[in-house]
Every structure is written in C-alpha cells, then in structure tokens.
Design a protein around this ligand. Structure first.
Ligand code: PLP
Length: 454
C-alpha cells in the first residue's frame, strides 16, 4: 500500500479508536464492508459534502453512506422535518398506523407507475426478502434466479455468487451457485439459480429450461449501481419473464431516486412486478420499501384472513403472507425520506446533480488519460465507478480482469489528499457537492496518480 508515513501519523487517532473497538466488535466494524487495511478511518462528524475524522482531517465524501446521503450530510430541510415530526407527534414511534405511512406510500405510487401498493421495512435487505417470499407464494415454485455479481442483502437465498472466485464460478453461460459466506447450506445454493447478466440468450435458455422451478428473477438493473443493463437485455428479460409467468423483481435500493427520481425503471421504461427500495428513501435513516402489482401485494393483506392477530376463532382458509416489523414505517424515518424526496422533486435539483456528476466523470477521465492510464468511468445517473481497463465492462466477469491494485493505491493516496471513497468503491454524488469540490477532487487525483506512478 502506497501510503506515506505522514498519513499514518495523521490518522493515528483512528488507529487507536479501531484498536479499542476490535476488542469488543469483531474486526472493529459493525458491517464487514466498513473494513479496510490497515484499519478503517473513524469519522467524528460531517456537514454537506465533507466528513471529518477523529483526528480532525477533512474529506470530500464520495461514499455518502453507500449512496444514501443524496443531499449530503445534515441537510437543513431534512433536519427540520425530523425535529418537527418528533415535536409534533410527542414520541418517536407508536406501533400503530399513522398519516406519514399513507403520505409516503402515495408519493411512491405517484413516482413509480409499476407500484399499486407499498409496504415499508427497515432495510433494503428486508425489502428484497419480502419480494422473494411474495413471489414464491404467488407462483408456488421452490426456486429463485439471480444474476452473478448482484447484491440484494446478506441473507442466505441471495448471498450467492455476488463476488465468486472464478475457479468456482463455472461456465459463463451457465454459472454455478457459489456461497458468499461460511455457514450457508447446500440447500440454499440449490434454491438459487444463477444467471449471466447482460446475456439475454443464455438467460433465456436457463429460464426456459427451469421455468417449472423458478418463481422469481431478481436483479439490480444497474449492477452494483454502476454497470448498466443493455436496453435490449432489459426488454428481453421483461418479455421472457412475462411469457413464463415468472415474477420480475427490480432491486432499486441503489438506483431508486438516483438514476432519475423514478429509478432505472423510469430510464428503461420497463415495469417490473415488484420493486425494492432503500437508501435515499430514508434520508439517512434505516429504511426499505417494497412496491408492486396489486394482486401480488395483496397476498400479505391481513384482510385475507388467517393472520395470527386477526384470525380469532375464525376458520383459516387463505392465510395471509407474513410481514411484520416493530419499526416498519417509522415516523422519523418517513419524515426524513419525504423531506429528501420533496427536495429532489424541486425543478432543476436532479438535473444540476446530473450535470455535476458528468463534470466530475469527464474531469477524472482526462486526468487518467493524461497520465497514459487506460481508464473509463462506468455508470449512470449520479453513481459511477473508476475502472482501469480499455475493455468493455458489462458484467461481473469483465470486472475480474481490471487493475484493482493501481486503483486501490490511488485511493489510499486520495485519502491522504482529503478525498474519501472506501478504496475500490464506486462514487456517489450529492447535491451538496460544489463545482469547487469537483475541481479539488480532479486535482487530488492528478497528484495521487503522480505519486503512485512515480
Ligand atoms: N440491494 C442493493 C442493490 C443494495 O445495494 C443493498 C445495500 O447496499 C441492499 C439491497 C441491502 O440494503 P440494506 O443495506 O439497507 O439492507
């Protein structure tokens, strides 16, 4: 790692804090993804586009809590909405219905034409899990299909072939199901069929061959938030799933409100059967939502009877699909999310954010090319990644050959220069990033690349 001694000294407080945390938290991190060597940087506070660590170092933030903070940190409008909600309701949560649930559900139904109804969860993971359970109840078939390299949360059914070793991954046109974690069972792997992203012919062949087993296909329309599906692939996937009666689930946890307000489905003009949302929807608080077709969503209505709390002495003929959660539809979360979406809906806000993202992408491409590096920015909307290759990037396998080592070395230098991305991670933009931030970021890349190459 090309880190200067100077930088290690600058983040000595992070090293100490991490060492303390390691004693009581495995690896010192509450999510494995937060870890990087030699130790993560421990943040203290943030404002707008800036993070400040425990040593007082400032960073322009492109992680933005994995894309969630689309208005930057501590946006006044979101803060006001949260404070006002707590003041007005006099509590934090009731465990009963309340008006913000309806307000947000109506907002989502208005933004996403594919949604007739909505349920809220506390995370993106819970939203995709609910989608899969609904699809399995709807179609009554034992398996689901997902794409190699796509992430839908950390549970056994989908923690398959997200980042597989190529030695285990099998043929491109017929990928193996590979476990991403110890502790998973053969049965989990057997229940999840893996498809090759952006390869319609191979995907169609697998789906036709296994149509009697597969209830649902789930995908990130833009893999990892930055590798877009081809338009013909998306349209073909919609057609084939419709023909075979397979439920099509869009996981728009990253792309919702970030490619366009209406997510990838708006951009591609395709209506999935179910859509999972998260991240931006909570305005910085824990959230998820599932929206979709009336006939599928209705499967979880307790009005169908059979719900454990409402069935009483009645005879249960058609048990409702179970969905519950103490904090589902939390008022504070929904207030923050509504304030965020309201702001994004204001004229010019999304277009200005898209303009700034394009400006940063072009500036960065120029800098890398000036240094003779083969580099492309790959992405759509307000998310992109820096990929060090000339080759076309269109799926998980095309990423396995890119030069990650140089990329990570540059990222470590960038930390020293006050640019925060988790080494190797994609860039997300916020409305708080200024043109000056962008210019500073481009200049920092220039210096970082020089340091690594010389
Ligand atoms: N789906 C996608 C596409 C995601 O990017 C993520 C999180 O990064 C999830 C699901 C899981 O969301 P959460 O971390 O809120 O559980």
């Amino acid at each position: 790692v090309a880190q200067s001694m100077n930088f290690e000294d600058k983040i000595a407080g992070s090293a100490r804090a991490h060492e303390q945390a390691r004693q009581v938290i495995p690896g010192g991190v509450t999510a494995n993804i937060k870890h990087f060597a030699p130790h993560p940087i421990v943040m203290d506070h943030a404002s707008g586009s800036r993070l400040t660590d425990v040593d007082g170092n400032n960073y322009i933030d492109y992680l933005l809590s994995y894309g969630a903070m689309i208005l930057g940190h501590g946006h006044e409008r979101v803060k006001e909405a949260v404070y006002e909600q707590i003041d007005q309701c006099g509590s934090f949560v009731f465990g009963t219905p309340h008006h913000l649930e309806y307000k947000m559900a109506q907002k989502l139904v208005d933004i996403f034409p594919s949604m007739d109804q909505v349920r809220f969860t506390n995370s993106g993971l819970e939203a995709t899990l609910l989608a899969i359970r609904l699809a399995q109840a709807y179609n009554d078939k034992p398996k689901i299909a997902k794409f190699e390299g796509h992430y839908h949360g950390g549970y056994d059914q989908v923690l398959v072939s997200v980042n597989p070793n190529m030695d285990d991954a099998g043929e491109h046109a017929e990928p193996n199901s590979v476990a991403e974690s110890s502790g998973m069972s053969e049965q989990d792997l057997d229940q999840t069929v893996i498809l090759p992203f952006n390869d319609l012919k191979a995907t169609e062949a697998i789906l036709r061959q296994r149509q009697d087993e597969i209830s649902a296909v789930i995908l990130e329309p833009v893999q990892s938030g930055f590798i877009p599906a081809d338009e013909t692939f998306m349209k073909g996937l919609r057609d084939i799933t419709e023909e075979l009666g397979i439920v099509l689930i869009f996981d728009e946890v990253k792309t919702g409100f970030r490619l366009t307000l209406g997510g990838a489905q708006h951009l591609y003009d395709i209506e999935p059967d179910l859509t999972a949302l998260g991240k931006v929807l909570g305005g910085g608080f824990p959230v998820g939502a599932l929206g979709g077709r009336y006939d599928i969503m209705q499967l979880m209505s307790p009005e169908r009877g059979g719900d454990i709390l409402t069935s009483g002495g009645q005879q249960v003929t058609d048990r409702a699909l179970f969905h519950s959660g103490t904090y589902n539809g939390h008022p504070t979360v929904l207030a923050a999310g509504l304030a965020t979406i309201d702001y994004l809906e204001e004229p010019g806000v999304m277009s200005e954010l898209l303009r700034k993202t394009e400006k940063l992408r072009h500036g960065l491409e120029n800098v890398y090319h000036q240094h003779g590096l083969s580099m492309q920015t790959v992405g759509l909307g307000t998310i992109f990644n820096i990929i060090l290759t000339k080759d076309v990037v269109r799926d998980y396998r095309s990423l396995t050959t890119v030069d990650m080592e140089t990329r990570k070395q540059i990222d470590y230098e960038l930390l020293d220069l006050g640019i925060y991305t988790k080494p190797g991670n994609r860039y997300s933009m916020s409305t708080a990033h200024t043109d000056e931030d962008i210019e500073k970021t481009i200049e920092a890349h220039y210096i970082a690349i020089n340091r690594v190459l010389n």
